[in-house]
Ligand binder design. Sequence first.
Ligand SMILES: Cc1ncc(COP(=O)(O)O)c(C=O)c1O
Length: 453
Amino acid sequence: MAKEIPYKIYLDESEMPTAWYNLRADMKNKPAPLLNPATRQPCTAADLAPVFCEELVKQELDDTTPYFEIPQEIRDFYKMYRPSPLVRAYCLEKKLGTPAKIYYKFEGNNTSGSHKLNSAIAQAYYAKQQGLKGVTTETGAGQWGTALSMACSYFDLDCKVYMVKVSYEQKPFRREVMRTYGASVTPSPSTETAVGRKILEEHPGTTGSLGCAISEAVEKATTTEGYRYVLGSVLNQVLLHQSVIGLETKAALDKYGVKADIIIGCAGGGSNLGGLIAPFMGEKLRGEADYRIIAVEPASCPSLTRGKFAYDFCDTGKVCPLAKMYTLGCDFIPAPNHAGGLRYHGMSSTLSQLYADGLMEATSVTQTKVFEAAEYFARVEGILPAPESSHAIRVAIDEALKCKETGEEKTIVFGLTGTGYFDMVAYEKYNDGKMNDYIPTDEELAESLKKLP
Ligand SMILES: Cc1ncc(COP(=O)(O)O)c(C=O)c1O
């Protein structure tokens, strides 16, 4: 007899993954290598060493090792907020009147409010192991910066965060949480770095972008003794750490004999989605099972759905390596959409390759539709979702409604990456009917793509 499925499936601590899964090991077409911006040759470990921690460089460049053991110190930290629950959205199903079975993996159950802590603690750990004094980074919505400040305070490392200016202004409390954990926070672009000053000169009055903030953080790290730069998304190493999300999800589903049909995640730089789908995509790549996998991005920053699959700089200041990815062009500065974490011009090269190979789908949604889904979800499931996560909610609801029409009992799993308590300005705009849906024109995108290297 099938086991009754509880509202929340919690694994035991003893069932938590002890190794991260490296999806690249099972990919026939590996993601294209990062290129050195000076030589345009594939980056070597020596090229990356001045920017990133040694151990993370190894993880970044390793396309063949399927599993990396999670160090015990990181597993101990994970236990503060993991295993995270896999929730069967009974209330949402009932409200929608759908025969679909909806599950979400809730990653907002920690002070940083999102999945970002999974990689932050790993990166801080390796920085400490290397004997560094501190790290620098960028943050968009603020979740990554918060996660990293928590991780750095745990390991007693200095943490310097460049926060995209529009978020810095919209989210003063997010900034204060970072300072509470001991980080210093600078609005980007700033006059603190040469690249920040250059961007300000070229785009006076800009509200900033992740690409700008990355350039500043990299410059700061590479010009300060004992510092390295860490990144919260896009890179292979980050997807590797985030595989803990998918491994737990799969373990929880397997425990109850449930097989997912559709897996949905929002995609900014691709880390939560890459992590959530990792073991499922692994099965798909090995021909063991099939899943429909959907990446959801904002219509205002549609890298997968309207971008070009090409080598581009990872940052606006063009100081970082080039990655082959779906990109809108590194100079593309998206409209000040309220899902700050999805305002990145490119997409992880691993996800880009999988998408190019037809192994996953992508779709884009407008802001007001996203907030409509967010409020609907908050009212029936209780959790106030982050705007980023609400992109996945939107598409999960739409897929469940399709099942209502067809009568199909599909199992839908989506990633609920975080909570939206610091996004109340956005909710206020939506509630006041003042939210707009800016969608870039083809001409605007063509203009930006023209400048691809
Ligand atoms: C709550 C939340 N979800 C999703 C994202 C998107 O990032 P990624 O695509 O790397 O998961 C962010 C990024 O800041 C975020 O804060």
